[in-house]
Design a protein around this ligand. Structure first.
Ligand code: HEC
Ligand code: HEC
Length: 388
């Protein structure tokens, strides 16, 4: 009996010791993690990017890399300098449906300031409620894009502005006819006069005014901007970790970098669905270089929580889904990797930069929390009166 009792005692002591040891390990892990995050927080909020932990940038992305940070001042081109009168004219035109063939569709129909300057649809409805083939892009910060559209086919905002007017699925108009219509509207005379010194309406002036207005549509500082400027408590622990994962383990920074969160290059991340009814050849349509099949412009991630659904075709309905896709290394559906276009076989070559990431659920959640800090509150914008 005595023997049994002492055995029970020994077992109890052992369980007690083991348990103690285990919980002190958990405790130690928690303390270590907390001090790691506290250290990261200090570095990232130091106001000095040279103190940040080194980013993990893929070798092939290095030549185009610049650190994430604030947006610089908007540059207005020398041949279309800023004036508030020109921006007001551009804003008025942006909201004026008379630029369209039907007099019903304005730029703002698909780029609505209340919807992150997009339409929050997978694909846009245009003339006669025809469905387009691509997801509407935000106008916010478009001033920083070095080429416009998902495939970069426009070189400047001036050049871009005529394209939706003429697009049969979008505004189904003609720029000369649109300019003629605007010229007949009395209320525009003084707006043109103030912006350009005379009331003459030309398609070039329309383009310059719209582009000037678009360059004023810029995000105010985000939570991210404030945090890295030294407001150390702006970020939760998850957001601090998310920022760090974005720059390191998840490799997002290899493409989504600079203050604009895009290196402005074209990359194939396996989204082109070549050979399917939804195929989009992307950059190939502009360059006709087979290597560009399935490449799209790396989009900015500023304001990204507002620009969904995401990707060139709006196929992703949540940011969590986007992150899961990257986590799996962006697998491409196997039947949809090649297509024959005008007799040429085109194959999708996914970038080597996207690969299996093996992030934990917690890390994916943290990455999503960080992406949330790149957006700002929707600013109330009162559309200008439509001139009569
Ligand atoms: C029917 C919907 C629709 C209308 C109307 C429309 N857009 Fe767009 N816009 C889109 C879509 C869709 C895209 C992306 C198209 C693509 O990549 O091929 C886009 C892209 C853009 C971009 C590129 C942004 C970037 O970061 O590259 C700008 C700028 C733009 N539109 C301005 C305008 C202006 C100015 C007007 C009016 C003259 C206008 N849009 C009218 C749907 C529309
Ligand atoms: C190889 C370059 C590359 C890397 C690395 C990369 N991206 Fe992207 N990202 C792109 C391109 C290109 C697109 C547009 C693809 C399309 O439209 O089909 C995109 C689109 C997105 C979008 C949708 C944006 C929108 O407005 O529709 C989000 C969100 C995004 N990426 C987040 C991330 C995150 C988070 C990571 C890291 C886990 C990451 N990206 C890594 C190139 C990259």
């Amino acid at each position: 009996m005595k023997n049994i009792l002492s055995w029970v005692l020994v077992v109890l002591i052992m369980v007690f010791l083991l348990n103690n040891c285990f919980s002190s390990k958990v405790q130690k892990d928690i303390t270590q993690k907390a001090s790691f995050i506290a250290e990261l927080r200090k570095l990232y909020a130091s106001g000095d990017t040279s103190k940040w932990p080194k980013p993990l940038v893929d070798p092939e992305a290095k030549p185009y890399f610049s650190e994430i940070g604030h947006l610089p001042e908007v540059q207005f081109p020398a041949d279309n300098p800023y004036s508030s009168e020109k921006a007001l004219l551009g804003k008025t035109l942006f909201f004026d449906p008379r630029l369209s063939g039907s007099n019903q569709i304005a730029c703002a129909s698909c780029h609505d300031p209340e919807l992150g300057w997009t339409d929050n649809r997978a694909l846009s409805y245009g003339h006669d409620r025809q469905l387009g083939t691509r997801n509407s892009m935000t106008i916010l910060n478009a001033a920083y894009a070095t080429s416009l559209f998902w495939d970069g086919r426009a070189g400047s905002l001036e050049e871009q502005s005529h394209m939706p007017i003429q697009d049969q699925r979008e505004m189904n108009g003609h720029i000369e006819i649109a300019a003629g219509k605007i010229a007949k509207i009395k209320g525009y005379e003084s707006l043109f006069e103030k912006a350009f010194g005379s009331k003459t309406v030309t398609k070039e002036r329309i383009a310059q005014a719209i582009a000037t207005f678009e360059r004023t549509v810029k995000s105010p500082p985000t939570k991210f901007d404030e945090f890295i400027d030294g407001k150390i408590d702006r970020y939760s622990d998850d957001e601090v970790m998310g920022l760090h994962i974005f720059r390191t383990k998840a490799n997002c920074i290899s493409c989504h970098n600079s203050g604009y969160f895009s290196d402005s290059r074209f990359e194939n991340i396996g989204t082109s669905l070549l050979g399917s009814p939804q195929e989009d050849l992307g950059r190939y349509l502009v360059t006709k270089n087979p290597e560009d099949a399935g490449k799209f412009r790396v989009p900015s991630l500023r304001e990204v929580t507002k620009t969904g659904p995401w990707m060139h075709n709006g196929s992703m309905v949540s940011l969590a889904e986007v992150i899961q896709l990257y986590n799996k290394g962006n697998p491409e559906p196997s039947p949809y990797r090649s297509t024959v276009h005008d007799g040429i076989t085109l194959t999708s070559h996914k970038s080597e930069i996207v690969r299996l990431l093996e992030l934990t659920d917690e890390e994916m959640r943290q990455l999503e929390a960080f992406l949330g800090t790149l957006s700002t509150k929707t600013q109330r914008l009162i559309p200008p009166p439509i001139p009569q």
